[in-house]
Design a protein. Structure first.
Length: 333
């Protein structure tokens, strides 16, 4: 099927036409990053308003660049959650209106299923698979025994990893979003500080990043207190080393315990160069697990990934009624 997918869960207004869950015919992302940068983070009310302003144009651009109109489509898919409620509602209501007006099935998609199935746009997914989702709101290890089935085996007990990046960046007075800034600085720095790694109880697949975040904050303050200069490049490199160590260890352990065929690393933080490198070294090609890390543009929020996940919802006949609502705390699976 040819599916028009819509994503508005956070601060990206995005639409895409995807065929058969694999072929991206067109994809448009209008980021509000420059707007939220002024506030140092996403302001929900501001995000909703900009989604309203951008939504129609983004969909029009998507259809024009696909050279299609509604008669060429088979369904409309939309991120139904999780995310900011006001932001989600813009996408959900737009999708409902389009589905009704053009008599197309409406497919509600989980945002994290979208991040996972971004993999489908660059490789054929094979099951059982494991997904490490590292984003602004999530740090989760998800086991996929078969297509469309999701078991969360570990998740963060406090901050998401992207959140930790953004907070550490703030401490270093870097602009929002902090992830790309830390990524850039770390490349120029050295690991000079031994920040803690939260291993938690043995056998746990959960994560915790708030202790690390506080350690970075303390280290920066203590350095300043002593009258020494903070070298942001080294702080960034040291922070990142701690994050990457934990993510790699969890992934390695889960891959061997669950004997999966594929490991998918996805979500905004999967754009991180050090993490990508470390994962590639730990799971070399030709090894017993096939590592898939979608390209940067498919790791951060976009609608093509929603179109990929929508293909599964289509096959399973998971259509929604016009009473579909945006659900900020929607559970996966
Ligand atoms: P969720 O997907 O959990 O609902 P979200 O959609 O806000 O949250 P994404 O857009 O997937 O999250 O990812 C955004 C996060 O990714 C931000 O925290 C940002 O700092 C981080 N990020 C983006 N690029 C990089 C990078 N190169 N290195 C590290 N972090 C990055
Ligand atoms: Mg975003
Ligand atoms: Fe996301």
């Amino acid at each position: 099927p040819r599916i028009l997918a819509i994503e508005t869960s956070c601060d990206e207004t995005a639409a895409s036409v995807v065929e058969g869950g694999k072929n991206v015919i067109s994809t448009v992302v209008a980021s509000q990053m420059d707007i939220h940068r002024r506030f140092g983070g996403v302001v929900p009310e501001v995000a909703s308003r900009h989604h309203v302003e951008n939504m129609t144009t983004v969909i029009e651009e998507t259809l024009v660049s696909a050279d299609m109109d509604y008669t060429d489509l088979d369904a409309v898919a939309v991120t139904a959650g999780p995310g900011l409620v006001g932001a989600l509602l813009v996408g959900v209501n737009t999708a409902k209106a389009l589905a009704y007006a053009h008599n197309l099935p409406l497919l509600p998609i989980h945002h994290i299923a979208g991040h996972i199935h971004a993999a489908e746009l660059v490789a054929d997914m094979q099951y059982p698979a494991l997904a490490l989702v590292v984003s602004g709101g999530h740090t989760s290890l998800i086991y996929l025994p078969e297509e469309g089935a999701y078991e969360t085996i570990g998740e963060t007990r406090d901050d998401a990893v992207g959140e930790a990046y953004d907070k550490v960046a703030r401490t270093l007075k870097l602009p929002y979003p902090g992830g790309p800034e830390i990524d850039r600085l770390a490349a120029e720095g050295e690991v000079t500080i031994d920040f803690p790694r939260a291993w938690l109880e043995s056998g746990s697949y959960d994560f915790s990043f708030s202790g690390l975040k506080s350690s970075v904050l303390n280290a920066v303050h203590n350095t300043q207190q002593r009258g020494d200069t903070v070298i942001p490049e080294n702080v960034a490199a040291s922070f990142q080393a701690s994050v990457v160590d934990v993510l790699v260890e969890r992934a390695q352990r889960a891959v061997s315990e669950y004997e999966v065929k594929q490991l998918i690393v996805t979500g905004g933080v999967a754009a991180n160069r050090t993490l990508r490198e470390a994962m590639k070294n730990s799971f070399p090609s030709g090894g017993n697990v096939d590592l898939i890390i979608p390209p940067l543009s498919l790791c951060t929020d976009n609608a093509a990934m929603i179109g990929a996940a929508a293909n599964i919802a289509w096959k399973k006949g998971e259509w929604a009624g016009y009473d579909l609502n945006g659900e900020p705390g929607l559970a996966l699976g």
